[in-house]
Design a protein around this ligand. Structure first.
Ligand SMILES: *Cc1c(COP(=O)(O)O)cnc(C)c1O
Length: 216
């Protein structure tokens, strides 16, 4: 299948209530343009430098999603154009985003990344940390808006485990929404597991290799 066929194939599996973010990391701008011409506007990158380089040359109505781990000292490079920062995993990072957003008079939408996978390699805060931020810190941070949570399941063939982890994220979301009724998004699901994520309540899936092909 070519790129357009792969894209349509994925689109057919995504209900209209779920947002598809095309993860274009490592892929050339021509691939992004091709998807753009097919109507795709939401693209995900995991490196700030690469996202900056691409945004500088691609259409300005693309909504750029930072889905990777964010170092505090790099927030300043993306703050003027990033649409949604998915990987907010500490209060320190949240405060830095708030400060940079304040400087340019922007309200930055973000997601709190929660850790549910068993792997040490996965980033994310605990449920307790998220509770504390939403109940005690967020009112002091006028230039960030937490609109939901993000998470990744363990890299495993065990479907039941993946399903349980997505279900845990959905439960966390439901409990956090009691504290913070503004929450509306659950970013979970990638190429290998997005149907499971959608079944468990995902509102945003981040799909790379199933659209663009394997990365080196
Ligand atoms: C790379 C990446 C994806 C997309 O992964 P695929 O398996 O290629 O769909 C999704 N989420 C995050 C955080 C990623 O880094």
């Amino acid at each position: 299948m070519n790129l357009a066929e792969k894209y349509h194939n994925i689109q057919q599996q995504v209900p209209s209530s779920v947002q598809l973010i095309a993860v274009s990391k490592t892929k050339p701008q021509e691939d992004i343009r091709e998807l753009y011409q097919l109507g795709q506007r939401d693209f995900g990158e995991n490196k700030i430098q690469e996202m900056c380089d691409k945004s500088a040359v691609l259409p300005s109505d693309i909504r750029w999603h930072m889905i990777g781990h964010v170092q505090t000292n790099k927030v300043k490079y993306m703050i003027d154009f990033v649409h949604l920062i998915h990987g907010v995993d500490s209060l320190k990072l949240l405060k830095e985003i708030n400060k940079r957003a304040q400087n340019i008079d922007k309200i930055q939408n973000v997601l709190l990344q929660l850790k549910v996978a068993e792997e040490d390699s996965k980033f994310g805060m605990s449920f307790a940390d998220a509770q504390e931020i939403l109940s005690q810190e967020i009112d002091k941070l006028q230039n960030v808006k937490i609109i939901g949570i993000m998470g990744m399941a363990t890299f495993t063939d065990n479907r039941k485990q993946i399903q349980d982890e997505f279900n845990t994220l959905k439960n966390y979301f439901d409990q956090l929404k009691v504290i913070s009724p503004n929450l509306q998004e659950i970013s979970m699901g990638m190429s290998s597991d997005f149907p499971l994520a959608i079944a468990e309540g995902s509102t945003m899936i981040r799909v790379g290799s199933s659209i663009f092909g394997h990365r080196n």
